[in-house]
Design a protein around this ligand. Sequence first.
Ligand code: AMP
Length: 174
Amino acid sequence: MPSYDPNNIFAKIVRGELPAYKVYEDDRCVAFLDIMPRTIGHTLVIPKSQVRNILDVAPDDLAHVMQIAQRIAKAGIKAFGANGVTIQQFNEPAGGQVVFHLHVHVIPRHDGVAMKPPASEKEKPEALAEHAVRPPEASVHVPIGERVVPDYVGAELRVEERGPGPDRGASDGR
Ligand code: AMP
């Protein structure tokens, strides 16, 4: 297997050298919207560790990425009113991988609606910016580490971790 290239696009997103529409971040992984989404809400979950794909990731890191993928899947179903979710993960060119930093696709699905072909259409930045903070009524600013990240999964985590408090979602007037 070829070695990991620390200058791949997702490594740059992890280091903050490239922008991304982040919807979740912790000390071990980050999730952000795919810029060529196959459905509305198509999100990628990646580890912060420098790993190429499922063949070189540490089992613990993989388990964490999948736990977050499950949270994103649940939050995405709520945020986008989806009926289901498709999870995809590709390894090496023969396996369909294009970006060589491990990532799990979380793709909300609606009954009877096909996914667009891979990398077929770049989404408008303003649409991605809006999708990243859905649903509007639950949109809150959740401190993650030292940064403040507005995100729909943050809203979901807030519910899970603290319970639905009386002021939930009210602080920013949305
Ligand atoms: P694959 O390696 O086949 O799983 O596909 C890589 C995915 O990354 C594709 O769905 C692309 O649309 C997506 N992608 C590529 N560059 C970016 C980027 N800068 N931000 C978000 N998603 C990206």
